[in-house]
Write a protein that binds this ligand. Structure first.
Ligand SMILES: Nc1ncnc2c1ncn2[C@@H]1O[C@H](COP(=O)(O)OP(=O)(O)OP(=O)(O)O)[C@@H](O)[C@H]1O
Ligand SMILES: O=c1[nH]c(=O)c2[nH+]cn([C@@H]3O[C@H](COP(=O)(O)O)[C@@H](O)[C@H]3O)c2[nH]1
Ligand SMILES: NC(=O)CC[C@H](N)C(=O)O
Ligand SMILES: [Mg+2]
Length: 509
């Protein structure tokens, strides 16, 4: 794979966003922690230094040795990066007296600077800092100022080193992408050749080379990532790819059959393993959310291990790991606190002795979708809402029984079918129903009922990290609530979840 731009992460929440903006220019880039970047820099054509929650003046702040990079590769230093260059190269950084968060406008731009080509006068830039550069480093020239920040941008004479105090990567820096393009394409001469088509071509060649005639087993979930990974591998190694789709008894209504059907036309070698009873009997009597998740993870591994033993001489396990998963496990701050144990067939025990192959580990979700489209995968499959590995188990609060699973499958089907027929499905990032562990009193046909309550949840989000509830039309909610209560026996009340994440989460467990 081509390596074009190296992004050094100093712990800013925006580092991933820099990568997104660079990829939008069809330029490939990789993020590395500031203290663990590759020693061989020959594949890279430019370097970007990111922001940081630290002050450069703090003793424990990131202070890497950049002598291998600076002056040798074109460099763009953003926010903390810009302060870092100033602080250690003869300039001065100090706490600023005014708060500089949010909107600012460039009040001065040096003339005839390629970096600012096409950038409008007064261009809006987004600031997020509490330190300020009070004096430029040696050999630096001021390129731009805002009303409050004299050194909003500078460059070092005799080097291709640029530094900016604001964040070009955020949406609110109106000309941010233009400046990144000016730097990467016009100043650093980085090729814009990272397209889904080029990715598929290169990855298929790489997989052929790496896997040769080896057999590979892959867990197929019906979701986007594992499906795209499967189609890519299938293109490279054909029938040596063995896909296993496990029914854990916690899928959506008819999903096991539907997903298997959907895969039929795709030329994949898929085996459906119906382990529903095994999962449900292991889960019987368990109410604690974390114990449920861990039990499902364990049984998954057992089922998968059994299945891989049936494939003679299998050497590799393929996974649909994508870039955010990778970044989270290597970031400057280290893996974040466990809120919920996300099950992943990824955490396989050593005894399985399979080597791992992850063809999508460098792609963001939307890039995976575009690659999937290039591969000709059905848009309906690519547009599917995310569905958690532990399935309905984490939407049934309290213990799980086959009866509860069936009630929830029926409710979920009415809700999801309703979203589709009202043209709302694609406007929602994720939707589902939750079965609450309480009964409430109702009256149906003059008779008292004492039945279950279900909650409906529909959220908008881009990555699942933050989310807000969707303002579904009242008419739609009214119709769906009616349908659920009339069609699903055992439910007499429907409520709608109006919590955002944070402070709530998307799933209830
Ligand atoms: N029912 C299943 N049968 C087989 N493998 C599964 C199943 N559910 C999940 N997996 C495997 O576990 C991985 C992680 O699943 P999970 O749903 O947690 O991830 P994901 O990010 O949603 O990915 P995907 O889009 O592939 O579902 C999947 O990529 C897939 O390889
Ligand atoms: O693959 C998964 N395995 C899991 O164990 C899991 N738990 C939650 N989710 C999905 O992750 C997103 C964020 O969910 P939460 O706000 O509930 O943490 C939402 O999209 C959830 O559906 C999971 N996905
Ligand atoms: N966003 C940043 O990189 C901030 C840098 C530094 N922590 C400051 O507050 O000035
Ligand atoms: Mg999934």
């Amino acid at each position: 794979m081509q390596h074009n731009v190296l992004i050094l992460d100093f712990g800013s929440q925006y580092t991933q966003l820099i990568a997104r903006r660079v990829r939008e220019l069809n330029i490939f880039c990789e993020i590395f922690p500031y203290n663990h970047f590759p020693s061989d820099l020959s594949p890279y054509k430019a370097v970007i230094l990111g922001g940081s929650p630290f002050s450069v003046r703090a003793e424990d702040a990131p202070h890497p040795d950049l002598s291998q990079i600076r002056g040798k590769l074109p460099m763009l230093a953003v926010c903390y990066g810009a302060q870092y260059l100033a602080h250690f190269s003869g300039g001065e950084v100090a706490a600023s007296n005014t708060r500089e968060y949010g909107r600012a406008n460039l009040s001065y731009i040096k003339e005839n600077e390629v970096f600012f080509n096409g950038v409008s006068e007064n261009s809006q830039v987004w600031m997020s800092h509490s330190d300020s550069i009070k004096a430029l480093p040696t050999n630096a020239v001021k390129l731009a100022s805002t009303h409050d920040v004299e050194f909003a941008a500078y460059k070092i004479e005799g080097e291709t080193t640029y530094a900016i105090q604001y964040h070009p990567e955020v949406f609110h820096s109106t000309d941010g992408s233009k400046m990144l393009k000016n730097f990467l394409v016009d100043i650093a001469d980085v090729p814009q050749n990272f397209t889904p088509g080029a990715f598929v071509e290169e990855m298929v060649a790489e997989l052929k080379e790496k896997l040769g005639n080896d057999k590979v087993v892959l867990g197929l979930s019906g979701g986007v990532d594992s499906t795209v990974a499967a189609v890519l591998l299938n293109k490279a190694i054909g029938q040596n790819l063995y896909c296993v789709f496990v029914n854990n008894g916690l899928l959506r209504k008819n999903e096991f059959e539907n997903v298997l059907d959907q895969y039929k036309g795709m030329g994949l070698n898929v085996k459906g393993v119906d382990a529903g009873d095994r999962f449900l009997s292991e889960l019987a009597g368990i109410s604690d959310p974390e114990t449920k998740r861990k039990t499902i993870g364990r049984v998954f591994i057992e089922v998968f291990d059994d299945e891989s033993h049936l494939i003679e001489d299998v050497k590799w396990l393929a996974q649909g790991t994508i870039y955010p998963d990778v970044i989270e496990s290597v970031s400057v701050k280290g893996p974040s606190a466990t809120i919920k144990s996300h099950h992943n067939v990824g955490g396989l025990p050593d005894y399985m002795k399979l080597q791992i192959v992850e063809p999508l580990r460098m792609l963001f979700k939307d890039e995976v979708r575009r690659v999937g489209a290039t591969l000709g995968i059905d848009p309906e499959l690519l547009g599917r809402h995310p569905f958690p590995g532990p399935g309905l188990s984490i939407r049934i609060l309290g213990d799980i029984t086959p009866e509860k699973v069936q009630i929830l499958q029926d409710v979920d089907a009415v809700f999801i079918d309703g979203l589709k027929s009202w043209g709302l499905y694609d406007k929602v990032w994720q939707a589902g129903a939750i079965l609450l562990p309480v009964n409430s009193v109702g009256v149906m046909g003059d008779e008292r009922t004492y039945e279950k309550v279900v909650a409906l949840r529909a959220v908008e989000s881009t990555d699942g990290m933050t989310a807000d509830w969707v303002h579904l039309p009242y008419d739609f909610l009214m119709k769906v609530s009616n349908d659920i209560i009339n069609k699903v026996k055992g439910v007499n009340r429907v409520v709608y979840d109006i919590s955002s994440k944070p402070p709530a989460t998307i799933e209830w467990e």
